[in-house]
Design a protein around this ligand. Structure first.
Ligand SMILES: NC(=O)C1=CN([C@@H]2O[C@H](COP(=O)(O)OP(=O)(O)OC[C@H]3O[C@@H](n4cnc5c(N)ncnc54)[C@H](O)[C@@H]3O)[C@@H](O)[C@H]2O)C=CC1
Ligand SMILES: O=C([O-])CC(=O)C(=O)O
Length: 336
């Protein structure tokens, strides 16, 4: 019995993500919450012949608490997306308050749930959720995940394009570490499962790295003011959520990158901090997921000089993003 919840379920990501979760046979209950349209989305999905019982709620009459009751896993894609010319950090002003309020609901109603944060800027929204949980005395770093899977999905696809064979995309695995915005997205192409590095001279390596770091901008530009990645994000979010659900069900050896609190595995976290040369609280890296959440933080391993430079460029921005999220929750500004 697994109850999954989507907060922001009527949105561009929320709807296709809810659809993909509804088709997951491991899920027996699917709770959908948004400030608009969730009863309609839920009624629509409920006709699909899969096991999950679907319910959709709006804010009135304790809708958030009703949605969250008994949740095992909560995925949060609520909030505004970028328009051309904006950075993810520009979304902080609006999304920080949304994420804080939803996290408060989770901390009070489903404090043991695994929380998967999609809302941008992920580098800062994850610390906000952690601070809310700390204030409620319910923070367990093993259960909080920033969803960076789309960067990994993009890396697989873009590498398959470089080798001119899209059929290989599903099997290519490239660790992408750091965070989820611009230079904080660090693809470790030297550890790609397909040995792509040998095919790339300096310029081509930089071009591929840039494309993975700024892949989100490609979609924002193409959507021309109507939003950012939704369908690829729903795919990526469902893929990560499915790993977490399989781990909950007892499957072993599930590895995926995620942006996590480095106390989730103190030993692995300490080793990673040593590698990056900074005592950051959060970083995205491969983690092993188990029935209690993060079982193991897997250090970065051997990096090229170029990758070391990318990490060095990511660290100061991550530090700023993390501090912004953590201090917002400690001293919330007036609501916008
Ligand atoms: N982590 C990642 O890799 C990615 C993150 N994103 C982020 O995901 C977020 C959502 O993007 P889209 O789905 O495209 O936006 P959208 O605008 O299409 O949908 C957002 C939904 O959130 C809902 N919402 C707003 N305030 C809410 C609240 N207080 N409670 C519940 N629901 C609320 C809205 O009503 C809307 O239905 C954005 O912040 C975007 O930047 C987008 C793509 C990739
Ligand atoms: O680019 C954006 O704003 C949305 C996002 O996080 C992505 O597509 O990676």
């Amino acid at each position: 019995m697994v109850k999954a919840v989507v907060l922001g379920a009527a949105g561009g990501i929320g709807q296709p993500l809810a659809l993909l979760l509804k088709t997951n046979p491991l899920i027996t209950e699917l709770g959908l919450f948004d400030i608009v349209n969730t009863p309609g989305v839920a009624a629509d999905l409920s006709h699909i012949a899969t096991p999950a019982k679907v319910e959709g709620y709006l804010p009135p009459d304790d809708g958030l608490a009703k949605t969250l009751k008994g949740a095992d896993i909560v995925v949060i894609p609520a909030g505004v997306p970028r328009k051309p010319g904006m950075t993810r950090d520009d979304l902080f002003k609006i999304n920080a308050g949304i994420v804080r309020d939803l996290a408060t609901g989770i901390a009070t109603t489903a404090p043991k749930a695994f929380v998967l944060v999609i809302s941008n800027p992920v580098n800062s929204t994850v610390p906000i959720v952690a601070e809310v949980f700390k204030q409620h005395g319910t923070f367990d770093p093993k259960r909080l995940f920033g969803v960076t899977t789309l960067d990994v999905v993009r890396a697989s696809t873009f590498v398959s394009e470089v080798i001119n064979d899209l059929s290989k995309a599903p099997e290519i695995v490239v660790p992408v570490v750091g965070g989820h915005s611009g230079v904080t997205i660090v693809p470790i192409l030297s550890q790609s499962s397909h040995p792509v590095l040998s095919l790339l001279d300096g310029d081509k390596l930089k071009a591929l790295t840039d494309r993975i770091q700024f892949g989100g901008d490609e979609v924002v530009k193409a959507k021309d003011g109507t939003g950012s990645a939704t369908l690829s994000m729903a795919y990526a979010g469902a893929e990560f959520a499915t790993k977490v659900i399989k781990a909950l069900a007892g499957e072993k050896g599930l590895i995926a990158p995620s942006y996590v609190h480095l106390d989730a595995d103190k030993e692995g976290g300490a080793a990673l901090k040593k590698e990056i040369g900074k005592d950051l609280d959060y970083f995205s890296t491969n983690i092993e997921i188990g029935p209690n959440g993060v079982e193991r933080i897997i250090p970065l391993g051997k990096l090229t000089d170029y990758e070391k430079q990318l990490i060095a460029a990511a660290v100061p921005e991550l530090e700023t993003n993390i501090a912004k999220g953590a201090t917002f929750q400690k001293a919330p500004p007036a609501k916008v």
